[in-house]
Design a protein around this ligand. Structure first.
Ligand SMILES: [Zn+2]
Length: 59
């Protein structure tokens, strides 16, 4: 059982904030994690569209 914060890796206190299967020691870490995930997702999407743009020759 993983009882550590998914963001900072610190031990969880009595109160933990959950997101799916992840736990966070404080709400700000949950928010920060969500923000990071969203940025990663945006980056992936951007890379995907760049790939599509390059992959299809303009005719
Ligand atoms: Zn934390």
């Amino acid at each position: 059982m993983n009882k550590r914060c998914a963001y900072c890796g610190g031990p969880l206190g009595l109160i933990s904030h959950r997101k799916r299967r992840l736990r966070f020691c404080r709400l700000s870490h949950k928010k920060a994690w969500e923000k990071r995930e969203e940025e990663l997702w945006q980056l992936k999407k951007q890379q995907f569209f760049d790939y599509l743009a390059r992959g299809s020759p303009a005719r």
